[in-house]
Design a protein around this ligand. Structure first.
Ligand code: COA
Ligand code: AMP
Length: 650
């Protein structure tokens, strides 16, 4: 396997501070995390740091009591940061910039929490938040945390059916939304999607609180209540911070798995606060008072952890950006925001930079701005392809840190730790495991792979604080999905390897999850939709490489006999169907018709093999393949349709 030399002035060796912290975190996890737990303001400090729960799980801080909104806001208001900007809303799509100090944000949160209480929401109730990137989304999340309600944020790009699935699984008492989102120049009305979702769902929320935006007024129904009316009805009541056990759930965030049904990843209060606080210092190297910008969406885990919670826990100023890296208004938007708000640390997905590079390859727009405040750039959400990494290094001349994590872990599993004596970076690598994460590479037979050998990326138990303790309402699913394949280890679903210097490389999912423009999607779910089309006899959906979006989905179709529709019509139907059922951001546009699908003798479709053929990667047909000739047919069909190789990015 080819090794890339260190790509910065520093050597490709782990720093001493990092080595010491990492060793302590694995050898004495309870002592290590007890010390980290001291950095947050508990209502009751935990004595019991790491214990075994009733279901056999490792449990962090079982007897600790805290409130997440208190740690994020009240603590800072009471300790000298009341007038410091806590959140800056920058929205080029509405021409708005609005700053909330810690005191203002705390008061807005306490008032909206009072409105929720007035609607009957109590500790443990679920609240769905289906909102665009506006400050009220963060206020809603923190208001839930304040009164102990469990929020579940649903990304605004999801279609009604996806929202319905999440309503049925989490059974919210209240749904919070806005009249619309804004996508470039388009206004996306949310209310019709909400009405359709509630119609489709068996569970019905009692109230939908809708924030009317001037770009699109929603027609209100019997269940609906205007956002400001909800506040007026509560008579200015400010809710107090409810004491929560460390193990009480803070939120549920649904993520795509290998089946059609998304998994409700649960996050607890205590482990989350301790882990995120630690990450701000150790991983991101940020201090209180600095400006941290995560350009993502509150609908994803990056938005939860690094737009809303962690920057506030750490006493930083966070930026909430409603826009895109391009065309809002141009590919210089990121640089403008970094200049205007003096951003110190920036975190986003590589796909955004690929879009910018396409429009401004020589980074001419960068020359218009003074971005000297920017110290470090972090990228995650998908693999950073080496060309994008080198482009960023060249134009920015600051450390570019690719770091790797998942919805399930809630915070980075591997990265080059800016707060712990960072080493040199290597293009294509996510550097080293973060303290607390005992990352290993295992073969199918559970044996540890040697350096340079690719295998399953797993984390030896116990997982550190902050990682998911369960799947909402289905602990067996948690066990089956994550803990069964390699007993004693958490299975990440990613494949990868360590090099001789201990640098970790994440090479992509080994299951049916794909990553489209930094958005995680299930091909299994798309297959269910495609298979329901009356012309389709059988199908497989795979993720193939794409130069802009990282991956895009593609369906291979076997059609029923006697179908009169043209292939073209069927393909267009399928594109429209997936767009309607999942959302436009799935970017499902490619389908090809084949005569047969490659399978094992037991009938399992060989999706990973087809993906490798499409991406022109080496592959070994499994010994159990039914008829190897089918692979040649598939390759020919891909070539005939102009698919394959076009997307290779490195
Ligand atoms: N609400 C409604 N529709 C949405 C949406 C949302 N929140 N997000 C995306 N869509 C729609 C887009 O409008 C587009 O619709 P169209 O087919 O009608 O044009 C479609 O979904 C595809 O979207 P996308 O793949 O995102 O392409 P794009 O051209 O709109 O934007 C990028 C390209 C790179 C700017 C964008 O993908 C991006 O910012 N990605 C980063 C994602 C991210 O932050 N992930 C979190 C990990 S850190
Ligand atoms: P999500 O749960 O949406 O954050 O998606 C997590 C998945 O995205 C991981 O399992 C990886 O497959 C992929 N991913 C995230 N960050 C990286 C990265 N830095 N390098 C490679 N893959 C990544």
């Amino acid at each position: 396997m080819s090794q890339v030399q260190s790509d910065s002035d520093k050597k490709a060796v782990m720093g001493e501070k990092y080595k010491a912290a990492f060793a302590e975190s694995l050898q004495q996890p309870a002592e290590f995390w007890k010390a980290q737990a001291d950095s947050i303001d508990w209502f009751r400090k935990p004595e019991n740091i790491l214990s075994r729960g009733e279901n056999g799980n490792d449990v962090w801080f079982a007897d600790g009591e805290l409130n997440t909104a208190h740690i994020a806001l009240d603590f800072h208001v009471d300790n000298g940061r009341a007038d410091q900007p806590a959140l800056i809303y920058d929205s080029p799509v509405t021409n708005t910039i609005q700053t909330y100090t810690y005191r203002e944000l705390r008061d807005n949160v306490a008032l909206f929490a009072g409105a929720l209480e007035n609607l009957g929401v109590v500790k443990g109730d679920r609240v769905i938040i289906y909102m665009p990137m506006i400050p009220e989304a963060a206020i809603a999340m923190l208001a839930c945390a304040r009164i102990g309600a469990v929020h579940s944020v649903v990304f605004g790009g999801f279609a009604a059916r996806e929202l319905a699935t999440r309503i049925d699984d989490s059974e919210p008492r209240v749904l919070l939304s806005a009249s619309c989102g804004i996508e470039f120049a388009n206004t996306i009305a949310y209310k019709p999607l909400i009405d359709e979702a509630i119609e489709l769902a068996s569970h019905k929320p009692e109230t939908c609180v809708i924030l009317q935006r001037p770009q699109c007024e929603a027609a209100m129904g019997a269940r609906d209540l205007d956002w400001y009316q909800a506040l007026t009805d509560a008579n200015g009541k400010m809710a107090n911070c409810v004491p929560m056990l460390a193990t009480d759930p803070l939120y549920i965030l649904y993520t795509s798995g290998t089946t059609g049904k998304p998994k409700g990843v649960v996050r607890d209060n205590g482990g989350h606060a301790v882990a995120l606080q630690y990450s701000m210092k150790a991983v991101y190297g940020v201090e209180a008072g600095e400006v941290f910008w995560g350009a993502s969406d509150v609908g994803w885990v990056v938005g939860h952890s690094y737009i809303v919670y962690a920057p506030l826990f750490a006493g930083c100023t966070t930026i909430l950006f409603e826009g895109k890296p391009v065309r809002t208004p141009d590919a210089g938007t990121f640089w403008r925001i970094i200049q205007d708000h003096k951003v110190n640390v920036f975190f986003t997905a590589p796909t955004g930079f690929r879009a910018m590079r396409k429009e401004d390859p020589n980074s001419e727009l960068l020359k218009k701005y003074d971005i000297s405040s920017l110290r470090t750039l972090f990228v995650a959400g998908e693999r950073t392809d080496p060309p994008t990494y080198h482009w960023l290094r060249e134009i920015l001349q600051i450390p570019v840190i690719d770091h790797w994590w998942q919805t399930e872990t809630g915070w980075p599993v591997a990265g080059n730790l800016m707060g712990l004596d960072p080493a040199g970076t290597k293009a294509g690598s996510v550097s080293f495991p973060v303290p607390g994460f005992n990352v290993q590479i295992l073969s199918e037979a559970h044996k540890q792979e040697a350096a340079g050998e690719e295998g399953d990326v797993v984390i030896k138990l116990p997982l550190p604080p902050g990682c998911l303790p369960t799947v909402w309402g289905d602990h067996n699913r948690y066990h089956d999905a994550y803990m069964t394949l390699h007993p004693g280890y958490y299975h990440t679903g990613d494949g990868g390897y360590f090099d001789e210097d201990g640098y970790l490389y994440i090479m992509g999912r080994t299951d049916d999850v794909i990553n489209v423009a930094g958005h995680r999607l299930s091909t299994g779910e798309m297959e269910e939709i495609v298979a329901a089309h009356p012309a389709v006899a059988e199908c497989a959906v795979i993720g193939i490489e794409d130069p802009d979006k990282g991956q895009i989905p593609m369906a291979l179709l076997l059609l029923k006999d006697g179908i009169n529709d043209t292939h073209e019509k069927i393909k267009l139907d399928l594109t429209a169907l997936v767009r309607k059922e999942i959302g436009a951001f799935a970017n499902f546009k490619q389908s090809i018709v084949v005569d047969r699908l490659p399978k094992t003798r037991s009938g399992k479709i060989l999706r990973q093999v087809m993906r490798k053929i499409a991406d022109k990667q080496p592959f070994e047909p499994p010994a159990t393949i039914d008829d190897p000739m089918i692979l040649t047919e598939i390759e020919a069909a891909l070539v005939e349709n102009g698919i394959g190789m076009i997307g290779r990015r490195d």
